[in-house]
Ligand binder design. Structure first.
Ligand SMILES: [Ca+2]
Ligand SMILES: [Ca+2]
Length: 251
């Protein structure tokens, strides 16, 4: 009997860990907040995602567009902006009071790249882990970058491109960044997550094995999960991939 209870508790624990969606909490302060998402649902509709903070929402401002709540219908937004969130983009959210926006869904594709133009580009930071700027931006891009800004804080590369100067040292999840470039380039942030780290907490351990089992048993894997777990590169998550993660753990 004792073993049955233990087994049941263990299975419940596994289910709780395995089938939870990813989530992101965005703390917004009254006024303008320059943000981006690293978790999005399969259908990332602006109206649906921002509906929980509709009472505080004044507007969403992107590059050349804006959206506002419809005073007659809190299920929709009005304005000339897009209906869905492009995971590459950052934008400004204007709220009347301090509030927290919770989003559930999946981590973004960790290999995503950005087609950036010469001049100003408003881009997301697609990872749930912060990185110091020297690591977050691969060295190859330093000669092309004039500056990177978040809200009123700005940094720029040293004259000899060996490092950074300015107002911040860390690129953080949930923030939006404006990158100013001298020429167009296909940009990417350094990916801080390693293969096997299916839950993206910077450690490969038994929780990743449990998560992987849960995905195999239940879900269609997300792009992130497939990238993190498909060690044999056959396009599906199977027991062979679990064995590879266990190999990493036991060294
Ligand atoms: Ca992990
Ligand atoms: Ca596989």
């Amino acid at each position: 009997m004792k073993y049955i209870i233990k087994f049941t508790i263990y299975m419940l624990l596994i289910c709780t860990i395995s089938f939870a969606e990813e989530s992101q909490a965005l703390e917004l302060h009254a006024g303008n907040n320059y943000i981006s998402f690293h978790v999005l649902p399969a259908d990332p509709s602006f109206a649906e995602i921002f509906q929980p903070i509709n009472n505080e929402l004044i507007g969403i401002i992107g590059s050349g567009w804006s959206l506002q709540p419809n005073p007659l219908d809190d299920q929709i937004l009005i304005g000339d902006g897009p209906l869905t969130i492009d995971p590459h983009l950052a934008f400004t959210v204007v709220v009347s009071n301090n509030t927290t926006l919770y989003v559930t869904g999946e981590f973004l594709d960790p290999t995503m790249t950005y087609e950036l133009a010469a001049g100003s580009n408003h881009i997301s930071y697609p990872y749930n882990q912060p990185q110091i700027i020297d690591i977050a931006v691969p060295d190859v891009f330093l000669p092309l970058i004039t500056s990177i800004s978040w809200e009123d804080q700005t940094i720029w590369p040293d004259g000899d491109f060996s490092g950074w100067q300015g107002d911040f040292d860390i690129i953080e999840p949930g923030k939006g960044y404006t990158i100013n470039l001298s020429e167009s380039v296909e940009f990417y942030w350094n990916n801080p997550i390693s293969m096997g780290d299916v839950n993206s907490d910077l450690i490969v351990d038994v929780l990743d094995v449990v998560r992987l089992i849960g995905i195999i048993l239940s879900d269609e894997p997300s792009v992130f999960q497939l990238w993190a777990g498909d060690f044999d590169g056959d396009g599906v998550l199977t027991v062979a991939d679990i064995v590879s993660v266990v190999d990493i753990i036991i060294g």
